[in-house]
Design a protein around this ligand. Structure first.
Ligand SMILES: [Mg+2]
Length: 342
């Protein structure tokens, strides 16, 4: 099997302020594999410190993986060497799944086990942190654009201001609301927020620091976990007793692993939600396939294409009316992407 990697660097439309600093670009690698029968698979690694290994580690791991595969080692076995390097593992996991699905003539989500055709999956709009007026405006714009589910960023302002923002949006729009605190609060603040506006929200995402498992488990209200999964893994995260779990294929080590964990979550009575880590078009499209493979998936965080100023290729899973189109071509449908940076 042939294997080669190529770096990419995609500017964000607006720089992202995170707990770990300002992000201006999403940089990573495309991995292209080609079997003897000339079937091609393409995967993407978009490392994001805090969620995955660092860029340099990812590059080294992928270069080694490509070299080993070129030498003739079994690619699935090489995948096992990438445990603990989720972005690199994502690239290879996706490339192999893309290749296999393409060879079988199936779209990726069918290869992942979907029993029937899925035309589109619901997606949420993200309403960033802004003052109450701008928050309501942004929420109304998203609802007018057809989104039935809105995610509000909270946790950056005083608790009372966030409570007012949620109340104002809930009064203004007819949509399911979620709040994402990105681990910002103390136990007391989180419980206060849940008591005040919990009944107006579908759930509150990551109200407490990632490792405060006992605190999360003790909260009274409907919660989702996100950072906790990246920090301690899905199995240990179960002790937080979440109602929903955010699954980021890039942080979990690949789309096939994300589908597996979604099934485990459902077995535990936990609602799975799929999101990107603001990935390029290859990984974002794969995340749409992951969501399409999960029955009765709720709105997912997949409407992230517009956060990039340029992309790896054309958007074949565009969002309209609050839904992302599921590509029906062979595999992930993005193998042509490789040609765009030839
Ligand atoms: Mg989150």
């Amino acid at each position: 099997m042939n294997a080669a990697i190529r770096p990419f660097s995609l500017p964000l439309s607006d720089p992202l302020e995170t707990a770990r600093g300002r992000i201006e670009r999403r940089e990573g690698f495309l991995l292209r594999v080609e079997s003897e029968d000339e079937t091609v698979g393409v995967g993407e690694a978009a490392p994001l410190p805090g969620w995955t290994e660092h860029y340099d580690e990812c590059e080294l791991a992928l270069a080694n993986a490509a070299e080993t595969i070129e030498r003739g080692d079994d690619a699935e076995a090489v995948l096992e060497n990438l445990d603990g390097l989720p972005a690199a593992r994502h690239a290879l996991d996706l490339a192999l799944a893309d290749l296999r699905a393409s060879r079988a003539g199936d779209p990726l989500y069918r290869h992942f086990g979907a029993a029937s055709r899925v035309e589109s999956v619901p997606v949420n709009a993200t309403v960033g942190d802004a003052d109450i007026e701008k928050t309501v405006e942004a929420a109304e714009r998203a609802a007018d654009a057809g989104f039935d589910c809105l995610k509000l960023k909270v946790g950056a302002r005083p608790l009372s201001a966030d409570i007012e923002r949620v109340e104002a949006v809930a009064d203004a729009v007819d949509a399911d609301l979620r709040a994402d605190a990105n681990a910002a609060w103390s136990r007391q603040q989180a419980q206060q927020f849940l008591d005040a506006v919990g009944d107006r929200l579908a759930y509150v995402e990551q109200p407490l620091p990632a490792t405060d498992i006992a605190g999360l488990a003790a909260l009274s209200g409907t919660i989702a976990i996100d950072e906790t999964v990246a920090e301690v893994g899905f199995e240990d995260a179960l002790d937080a007793n979440p109602d929903a779990v955010v699954l980021k294929p890039m942080a979990l080590g690949g789309p096939r692993r994300a589908v597996e964990i979604a099934e485990e979550a459902r077995d535990e009575g936990i609602v799975p939600v799929v999101t990107t880590t603001i990935d390029g078009a290859v990984a974002r499209t794969a995340a749409v396939h992951v969501a399409a493979a999960i029955p009765d998936i709720p709105a997912c965080g997949l409407a992230t294409a517009k956060l990039l100023d340029s992309d790896l290729g054309p958007d074949i899973a565009p969002v309209a009316d609050g839904r992302a189109v599921v590509p029906q071509g062979n595999g992930n449908g993005t193998a042509d992407t490789w040609g765009y940076h030839a």
